[in-house]
Design a binder for this molecule. Structure first.
Ligand code: BGC
Length: 430
């Protein structure tokens, strides 16, 4: 059997009809904004991105990402430069295989805040999960992603619950202002790109999970009554949940046994926490169809997991000396086969990423004047560290093709610690 025959058998293709997918993204954005059923949640952020950022005023930042949890105190100097103090990094609770109850979860977060709680009155709380934001910037968790195991927290107001737990523990009352990491990334890009006079801003993340935020005209946000007609609002799409792209049989097999297996369909095809599992699925299917030498096939069929890092490292360099593949007695034919089977997964992920970013850029309706491109701020380890298939340059190439053809000018930028900086901005201007 050839690689393309195997891909056909499992209904997998790295390429697809880009225009049709863009149209489906746009349709589901419309549905989500109107409050009708859609796989895109389209969550308004309730942050006025036009406000100036106060100088010399400290704010506490709590950044709950997929893998890490960061706490810091941030303030902006007169030149607008962010100063970060008291920085601490912890593992994200409930990601180590141990389930946490709601009380325990909120107390743990209060514990992270305790050492810095006297440093400021408010907290910019970057909570990187599908969360409905209320106009007072509290946030209600809609569902978990990234395999976090704390089911009782779903449906809870995370900002006020952590504030209560902190007050109980220390007597100190802080106001927590909740936002998504893509919204924070957009805001960080906005402050970094001020001199470039961009026409609009997008914040995209591809790390443990994936998602995008952009600026929408209020007139198109039908599900929120009473917004000023002429204004605009940052929208967190929750694009990791997009279900408008057909899964291959590999994708269906890979999610068996995962939490929320039929949720976050798009994310499970491109994000860091899942690509290794998808790679393992493809390699095990191939092993059963006689692709590798006997000891290598047996070895791969015996694996119960494969990290995205090991998978990517091998596909990028099939002679890599460390990681899971270095334990196998690989022949050059095996190496060739693994590479030929693995690379298309990264190619598909890059192509899907380009469509996701382009759909948000097109949606904002700006970027038609080369003097004022749309600024796309990108954050996330998977985007910057994936080496296979020249991942990043492939995404950029896809963007140039899709947007260039439509006469839309854009720029991609990277802001160091974007979620942290953007959450400080959001907390300070709230
Ligand atoms: C979450 C999003 C988040 C993204 C990137 C996804 O799993 O649902 O809220 O923005 O990961 O961290």
């Amino acid at each position: 059997m050839t690689v393309s025959e195997l891909f056909q058998k499992y209904d997998f293709s790295a390429t697809f009809d880009v225009d049709a997918l863009l149209a489906e993204f746009d349709r589901q954005m419309d549905e989500g904004l109107a409050g009708r059923p859609s796989s895109l949640a389209m969550i308004p952020a309730y942050i006025d991105s036009g406000k100036p950022v106060p100088v010399d005023e400290p704010i506490i930042v709590l950044d709950a990402g997929g893998t890490n949890l960061r706490v810091a105190v941030v303030w902006f100097d007169k030149a607008g430069k962010a100063r970060v103090e008291d920085f601490h990094k912890y593992a994200m609770p409930a990601t180590d295989g141990k389930q946490l109850g709601a009380e325990e979860f909120f107390e743990t977060f209060a514990g992270f805040l305790e050492p810095v709680c006297q440093r400021a009155e408010a907290v910019g709380f970057c909570f990187s999960y599908p969360t409905e934001i209320l106009p007072d910037l509290d946030g209600r968790l809609i569902r978990w992603t990234k395999q976090v195991d704390a089911p009782e927290v779903v449906g809870q107001l995370v900002g006020s619950r952590i504030a209560e737990a902190l007050e109980k523990k220390t007597g100190r009352k802080l106001s927590l202002r909740v936002l998504n990491d893509t919204v924070a990334t957009l805001l960080a890009g906005m402050s970094a790109g001020i001199s470039r006079r961009y026409s609009s801003y997008v914040g995209f993340i591809l790390g443990t999970g994936t998602n995008i935020a952009y600026i929408e005209k209020n007139g198109r946000i039908g599900k929120v009554a009473g917004l000023p007609a002429s204004g605009s609002m940052i929208i967190n799409e929750e694009s990791g949940g997009f279900a408008g792209f057909r899964r291959s049989k590999f994708d269906e097999i890979a999610v068996e046994g995962l939490k929320g297996k039929d949720e976050g369909i798009f994310e499970k095809m491109i994000a860091g926490v899942y690509m290794g599992t998808l790679g393992l699925t493809v390699l095990q299917c191939a092993a059963r169809d006689g692709f590798f030498s006997k000891p290598v096939a047996d070895g791969i069929l015996g694996w119960t997991s494969l990290t995205t890092i090991d998978f990517d490292n091998f596909v990028a360099n099939p002679y890599v000396a460390k990681g899971a593949f270095s334990e196998l007695p690989l022949t050059d034919e095996d190496r060739r086969a693994i590479q030929a089977l693995g690379e298309p997964l990264f190619v598909r992920a890059a192509n899907l990423t380009a469509v996701n970013i382009a759909s948000a850029v097109l949606r904002c309706g700006e970027g038609h004047d080369p003097l004022h491109p749309v600024c796309v701020t990108i954050d996330g380890s998977t985007y910057y560290k994936t080496r296979s298939c020249m991942f990043r340059s492939r995404v950029e190439q896809g963007l140039r093709e899709i947007l260039g053809k439509r006469g839309v000018y854009f720029d991609t930028i990277c802001v160091e610690d974007a979620p942290l900086i953007g959450s400080a901005i959001a907390g300070l201007i709230a």
